[in-house]
Design a protein around this ligand. Structure first.
Ligand code: GDP
Ligand code: MG
Length: 360
């Protein structure tokens, strides 16, 4: 993870070495030749100036990788029970049982199984959050739980969720909810889903279907097992050593503590005291709290944490990268702000040219 040479960066960005060297001069970096190694944040800054999507520069090549928990998002039609299901699942978490309920709202929670395995649930159901995160390049979700009410069946937002998951290449596990209701007809739901092209397991495909009731809290074990099985199939792994690559899933302003962001680490370990750039914001991590609100000094992959110490409020989907100094953090943040502003103006401009001509 030592960064890359100017020559390698030229390849990544499709820019000439002289262009990159010019940018380096502009940002006040010294270099001798194209074989000079740039730190990852300088490489990112330079790449950003060329307009390249910089997230791809962060690679896990060569690092030792370990299994990590799956990160799951719940989606489905309004009123089909997303919030109820998340609440029920949250109550199955060991932490919730031990502490008599999770008091802290983090935007994510972890359910730990007796086997020692765990699942991380994003606590913000809905397509808007999912799309916003994806639009920002944040591939946080590994699996989508598609909630369909057994009495209501497939509805417009069910289909929308299916197409979001498909576009993101995220596998679906179906939870047919409200199976306690007299009007529940899970078989009908399955037929509907199949006719929409979902290849259900019991029909020879690989999409698991679980019947649950969020209200009666039945079938939750089966859902958790199905998610673990799905995660196993995906063989999810992450590097634990080295600088963290993380995403914001939620952010809020606390009067006393300032900007707070719930983050999920994708790779590496986030450590208290580190300088970070978060989207276009920056800061130094002053405190890390786990989902119980307890202070901790680090965050490992798939562990939701709340971080404190940012200078501004980031947005859901923003990436978090670790840089080596406050100066670098400021510089990268300023570079990103400039780039975001440029992108914003370009979008407005495009909107203008795409708008239909006013009719006479
Ligand atoms: P969301 O819009 O998808 O988040 O749906 P909610 O969780 O808010 O649930 C909508 C309504 O369905 C609420 O009145 C819930 O109490 C009810 N509901 C959710 N899950 C179940 C269930 O398993 N059984 C029954 N009978 N009602 C449910
Ligand atoms: Mg809801």
């Amino acid at each position: 993870f030592e960064g890359m040479t100017i020559g390698e960066l030229a390849k990544h960005t499709n820019e000439s070495i002289s262009t990159l060297q010019e940018i380096l001069v502009n940002v006040g970096e010294k270099f001798d030749s194209e074989f000079d190694t740039l730190s990852i944040d300088i490489a990112e800054l330079v790449a950003m100036e060329t307009g390249v999507n910089v997230r791809r520069l962060h690679s896990n090549e060569g690092a030792e990788i370990f299994p990590r928990p799956a990160v799951v998002t719940v989606m489905g039609h309004v009123d089909h029970g997303k919030t109820s299901l998340l609440d029920a699942l949250r109550q199955t978490s060991v932490a919730a049982r031990e502490a008599g309920g999770i008091t802290q709202h983090l935007g994510a929670f972890v359910v730990s199984m007796p086997s020692g395995a765990s699942i991380t649930f994003l606590d913000t159901p809905g397509h808007a959050a999912f799309s916003a995160m994806r639009a920002r390049g944040a591939a946080v979700t590994d699996v989508v739980v598609l909630v369909v009410a057994a009495d209501d069946g497939v509805m417009p937002q069910t289909l929308e969720a299916m197409s979001h998951a498909k576009a993101a290449k995220v596998p679906i596990v179906v939870a047919i909810n409200k199976c306690d209701k007299p009007a529940a007809d899970p078989e009908r739901v399955k037929v509907q889903l199949a006719s929409e092209g979902l290849l259900l397991e019991e029909m020879g495909g690989d999409v698991q279907v679980v019947e649950v009731s969020a209200v009666n809290k039945t079938g939750l074990d089966n859902l958790e097992e199905a998610l673990l099985l799905q995660a196993d199939l995906m063989d999810l792994k992450a590097r634990i050593d080295g600088p963290a690559q993380a995403y914001v899933v939620e952010a809020r302003l606390d009067r006393g503590r300032g900007p707070l962001a719930t983050a999920i680490v994708k790779a590496g370990t986030l450590v208290c005291g580190q300088h970070v750039v978060v989207g276009a914001e920056w800061g130094r991590i002053r405190a890390i709290r786990d989902m119980m609100g307890n202070l901790t000094d680090k965050a490992k992959p798939a562990m939701p944490v709340e971080i404190e110490g940012l200078r501004g409020l980031p947005m859901a989907g923003d990436d978090i990268i670790v840089v080596e100094s406050e100066e670098r953090a400021r510089m990268l943040s300023a570079g990103r702000k400039k780039k975001y502003e440029k992108d914003r103006l370009r979008k407005i401009d495009e909107g203008r040219t795409e708008a239909p001509e006013p009719s006479e």
